[in-house]
Ligand binder design. Sequence first.
Ligand SMILES: Cc1cc2nc3c(=O)[nH]c(=O)nc-3n(C[C@H](O)[C@H](O)[C@H](O)COP(=O)(O)OP(=O)(O)OC[C@H]3O[C@@H](n4cnc5c(N)ncnc54)[C@H](O)[C@@H]3O)c2cc1C
Length: 357
Amino acid sequence: MADGLHASARVALADPTAMLDRLCGHFTEHAAVTRRSGGARFDGPFGAVELDIADAALGISVISPNESYLFVVTSSVAEHLFEFAGGEAVALSWQGDLPTEARIPYFREAVVRSAHDITPAMRRVVVACDDPAHFETGGLHVRLLIPPPGRAPVWPKVGPDSRVIWPEGEDELARRVYTIRAIDHVRRELTIDVVLHDDSPGSVWARNARTGDRVGLLGPGGGDVVPADWYLLCGDETALPAIARIAASLPAAARAAIVIEVADRTEEQQISSKAALEITWLHRNGLSAGSTDLLLDAVRAIALPEGGEPFVFAGCEQAAARAIRKHLRAERKLPKERHLVAAYWRRGHSDVHDHGE
Ligand SMILES: Cc1cc2nc3c(=O)[nH]c(=O)nc-3n(C[C@H](O)[C@H](O)[C@H](O)COP(=O)(O)OP(=O)(O)OC[C@H]3O[C@@H](n4cnc5c(N)ncnc54)[C@H](O)[C@@H]3O)c2cc1C
């Protein structure tokens, strides 16, 4: 295999062909899968995997560009291998460039430095982190690992087979995805803006955050912003931090239309950028979040510029995200690489761990 970090393993199995079939079936969703006689190759965003059957065993060989990505691939292969093995006893032991520490390579502990309300329903929590540069590229978001109130945190560990061992019972962590709105390298601080909406784990954490509280961060993830001449950045208040961070990163030559749905005028915030911004605020005026077509209607009404490369970003409740994505693809014929429309939350459901870091 080519240059990069490597890991390999050989797993004896009762039916390695059945395992190969199931792994191929699953990873088709996440990677380009190429089948060949007695083996397969997966090429995905985090690296490549070669699978080969020999002597009643499945040989696995992984190459990835960095330690975090290598771990993403080996842990994902391991999780699915054990899941698909059902009750069969499986011995999986990796050789190669995996970290020797039992720590997820993209885990960092942070400590709350301050917390204050920036609007009636948005609380800013600033956390100190030894390694802010780690969060600069690879995505705008992190998964916050929130310890149970009043308990010292127990962080996840990595087992010898590369699977993550999560603390359970009284030490179980709540996991919620948030955007890093700003990174201050000098003060070694990350800023996270949290919507206060319920007595939910994320809201309660932000409401009660006190200087010195410890919190875990997994990430960053979600990819970087695609260069374009013209942007449409839209979303509800949960995507306001992402929109503000993207706007702050745009060059002076860019133009951006920004559309943000919030409860009312008191939730509007300053959005700063070197680029030329045209900002529209949509107010729900008493209607509940996730219950209106305000965003979809506003996106429908916006004309994409003729010529140049556009990019549309949207983050909002799942139903609205689906409707906006459908509109962009079916009616605007916007190619996949020219838009990113993400469900940031789902009405009536708690975070379901499937947004990717
Ligand atoms: C990539 C990404 C980036 C995100 N960035 C941010 C961010 O920077 N700031 C931020 O505040 N959120 C952000 N979110 C959204 C956040 O992860 C969800 O809102 C999450 O559900 C909040 O967790 P919770 O513990 O407060 O509520 P949960 O326990 O997950 O949900 C409890 C209940 O509250 C409802 N609910 C969840 N969110 C909202 C809401 N915003 N308004 C009304 N009802 C809600 C749910 O439908 C559920 O019924 C982001 C999500 C993604 C995927």
